[in-house]
Structure formats: C-alpha cells, structure tokens
Design a protein. Structure first.
Length: 379
C-alpha cells in the first residue's frame, strides 16, 4: 500500500506532515512511502534523510498524487489536487469540514475517503492521534512567548537594589488545551496569572497550575457530551463581558482561546473593554482564524488600538514548526498504525470503529459523517 506525502502549498506553512522517523515506523509495518522532493526543506530535513529510512522521492507532484493509496498532508487539499487522486484513495489531513462544504462535496464526487483529523473523537484511546491537542498545546506556548517579547515589562517579580518590580499580570480566557499551556508557560516565566472558562470543571485544573480562577456566575453552563463548551445566551455573554472587564483592565497581557466546536468563536472582548485596558498592554487572540474573540482583531496582523496591541497572527504552532511537525507526524502515524492490518500489510478503514465513524467525512461517493450532515442540513 503506497502512502504519498505532498509538500504543503499554503503560503507561510512551514510544518511538515510526515517526518523520517514516522516514515520508518510505517515502512516497518509494510507500507511503501513516497514523498514530494523537498518535503522537509522548511525545517531543514533533507531528501537524503527520508531516503535513508527507505522512502522514495518523487519530484513530480501529479505523478505522486495519482499513485497514492493513502495521501497524508497537513492542510486541506485544493480542489485541483483532489481531482488527481485515485477513486478509493484515503486522504488524511485537516479539512475544516464545517466551513468547507464545497471541498467536501468535491472529495465525495472524486470517491476519495477523506479523513478530517480535527473530527477524531476526543477519547482516551484516540489521544495519541489528536492533532487539535498537540497543535493547540504549542499555540498556547507560542502565544505567551510572542506577548512576552512585545511587552515592555518583565514577567517575574524582581527585588533589586534599584527597586522592586512587580510581576506582570496575565489573564487567560478559555482554558482548553491551549489555555492550560498558556497558563503553565506564563507561570514558569513568573507572571501572576488569572484564568476563566465557561466550563466549571476547569477550575481545579487552573488552580493546580498555581493560577487564580476568576468566578463569574453565568447560571446554567456546562459542556457538551464531547467535553466542548456550549454557546452562551446573549444575556450570559453580556454578564461574562461585564465580569471580565476589570480583569482585562488590570492585565498586562490577555490571551483569548475561546472556541465553540464547529461554530464561529464567541466575541468576548468588546471595543469598550479594549479601551479600558492600559496602553502598552497586549492581547493575543488565538481564535483569530475562527472569527476572533476580540473586537478589532485582524487575521494574520498585529494592530494598535489606543496603545493596546492586538495580535491576530494565525498558525501559531507554525512558529515552532519543528516540534509542531514532530507532533503532527506522530499523531498521523498513530492513526494509520491503529488501523493497520499487520498480516495483510494494509490500512483497514473499519467503518464499524467509533474513531473512523467520527472522522471519516466522505466514502464511496457519499458524505458519510452524521455530525457534519446534521450541520449542513441545519444551515
Ligand atoms: P476548544 O479549543 O474547543 O475551546 C477552548 C476553550 O474555550 C474551552 O475550554 C471552552 O470551554 C472555552 N470557551 C468557549 N466559550 C467560552 C467563553 N465564552 N468564555 C470563556 N471560555 C470559553 O477546546 P479544546 O482545547 O479543544 O478542548 C475541548 C475539550 O476537549 C475539553 O473538555 C478538553 O478537556 C477535552 N479534551 C479531551 C481530550 C481527550 O480526552 N483525549 C484531549 C483534548 C481535549
């Protein structure tokens, strides 16, 4: 069974979807692997390093894609690339399927079996395949490092003969995977950290990292059965904004990571809340690419609003592309290995399995994912 890996074409994307160490594991299972020439060049991995573990190098992208039984990549494919794939090819990547209805239809029409890695269920068994977690974890780290570099203050308290410097204050809104890593990173650098999330179960996790959990009574909140946040009502959102304004005003850095699975991110920090913040303070909006948590965020830009810098840079894991690639490659390899039939030496797309049911989006010409179909039908 041939696994093919094309280079990423998205401008500025430096992450690589399959590294030589992962290719080595898959080859030992009996897979044949071909990658596009220069696949690892963005993170200084040579074609020779792939060849050393038995990978074949293909300079012609069309030839590569048309020979794939399994195609692995990081970003969603272009419609043109999909047309080149063979019917029955298993395509494994991020897909953003809730927002990419046309692309999903193209994949179905091409009879490609498309796996959307962001739809893998967040279960203990599937943890090692969870690209959302591995990349969000790095994004949380990068958000703090970017903010620290731009802030004209230090994070820790310092008592010196020249005076005492009080610690910087960091406020984190949304404590999923990215938020927890942001708390841990800011604490390690010595900041005073506060955090808030609408899921009450998070309070203990925040406290265990040595940060303070901000309590705002929003009434009934909870989480979905998959552990995701529920959307707030307009009234709850207004209460949240009111409760949060003074914490934002006191903060040197605010990091927002609030997401609603499959929906636009909630707008939490309104214009007047930004205005109340101190000049020189920094906001990092990690939800910039999915709609933004902050009024005034511009995707892939840094803007100044009354002296407050709002950072809306996308692809934060791409700032640490080497580690991000290692993790993504390990996640994909775990996925392929989990469903690998060792006797037949082939990937077994087991439609009865709940992980496959969660992440398989198209198969044999149809859109087959229940969750996706229900969202498409309701739109
Ligand atoms: P996410 O990226 O979907 O959202 C980030 C955070 O934003 C969440 O904690 C969410 O509660 C919060 N949020 C949403 N609206 C908000 C608002 N108005 N104000 C403040 N915060 C708001 O989350 P994620 O990091 O992908 O994690 C989602 C869930 O999956 C969590 O329950 C997490 O523990 C769980 N998870 C489970 C596993 C596993 O068991 N394998 C792995 C990773 C994550």
């Amino acid at each position: 069974m041939r696994i093919c890996v094309p280079k990423e074409t998205h401008v500025g994307e430096r992450r690589v979807s399959l590294l030589p160490a992962s290719a080595d594991k898959l080859i030992k299972l009996g897979a044949e692997i071909t990658v596009e020439a220069g696949l690892g060049s963005s993170i200084k991995i040579s074609d020779q390093e792939y060849q050393d573990v038995g990978v074949q190098i293909e300079p012609e992208r069309t030839k590569l894609l048309s020979s794939a039984d399994i195609c692995v990549r990081l970003r969603k494919p272009s419609a043109e690339d999909v047309q080149i794939l063979k019917p029955g090819c298993v395509h494994v990547s991020y897909l953003d399927p809730f927002n990419e209805k046309d692309l999903v239809k193209t994949l179905a029409d091409a009879k490609v079996s498309a796996v959307s890695l962001e739809m893998i269920p967040r279960t203990t068994l599937a943890q090692k395949m969870d690209v959302l977690s591995s990349q969000a974890n790095l994004a949380g780290y990068v958000a703090v490092i970017l903010a620290a570099e731009r802030l004209d203050k230090i994070f820790p308290m310092m008592m010196t003969p020249a005076g005492t410097i009080s610690p910087s204050r960091v406020f984190i809104i949304g404590v999923g995977v990215a938020g927890l890593q942001a708390i841990a990173t800011a604490k390690r650098l010595g900041a005073r950290v506060e955090a808030f999330d609408t899921r009450p179960v998070v309070e203990e996790q925040v406290k265990s990292l040595g940060a303070k959990f901000v309590k705002i009574d929003l009434g009934e909140m909870g989480q979905t059965k998959d552990g995701y946040a529920k959307a707030l009502t307009d009234e709850q959102m207004a209460k949240q904004q009111e409760g949060m304004a003074k914490h934002c005003a006191l903060a040197d850095i605010v990091i927002t990571t609030a997401q609603l699975f499959g929906r636009k991110a909630p707008l939490i920090i309104k214009e007047d809340m930004v205005k109340q913040m101190k000049p020189g303070s920094i906001i990092v909006d990690l939800a910039a690419e999915s709609g933004g948590n902050v009024a005034g965020t511009k995707v892939d830009e840094e803007v100044d609003v009354n002296g407050v810098r709002i950072i809306g840079l996308g692809n934060l894991p791409g700032h640490v592309a080497k580690n991000a690639s290692e993790m993504y490659s390990a996640n994909v390899t775990s996925f392929l290995t989990h469903f690998w039939d060792k006797d037949q030496k082939k990937f077994n797309l087991n439609r009865e399995d709940e992980i496959i049911q969660g992440c398989l989006v198209t198969h044999e010409g149809e859109i087959v994912n229940e969750k996706l179909l229900s969202v498409y039908q309701s739109n």
